[in-house]
Design a protein around this ligand. Structure first.
Ligand SMILES: [Zn+2]
Length: 102
């Protein structure tokens, strides 16, 4: 995997920020329009949508919203660069995060 200066904000987000994001999602759920379509971050057996996780981690780190974010590799590579445990997988069941959608 190659992380270039194209991904500067990946360096500002720490593992703790991502854990904060997962905790927030556990508490408030996932907006219907932010569900996974293909990839999931799997943590403690729970599936989370990568874009939603990265957006919330960014906000936790920087206190503001990340305006635009493309799904797929741009998101997945950033999460994997923060910590390999957050590397999204191609969801075998296309779960759509149904257990957490609000
Ligand atoms: Zn899934």
């Amino acid at each position: 995997m190659i992380i270039t200066s194209y991904h500067p904000f990946a360096m500002q987000i720490t593992k703790q920020h991502v854990l904060n994001a997962l905790d927030e999602i556990d508490r408030v759920g996932i907006p219907r329009n932010q569900r996974s379509t293909k990839f999931c971050v799997v943590f403690n057996g729970v599936h989370y949508p990568p874009k939603c996780v990265l957006k919330r981690a960014y906000k936790s780190a920087n206190g503001k919203d990340l305006s635009s974010l493309c799904g797929g590799p741009p998101t997945n590579d950033r999460l994997a660069a923060i910590d390999v445990i957050f590397k999204p997988i191609l969801c075998p069941t296309k779960c759509g995060n149904t257990c957490k959608v609000v």
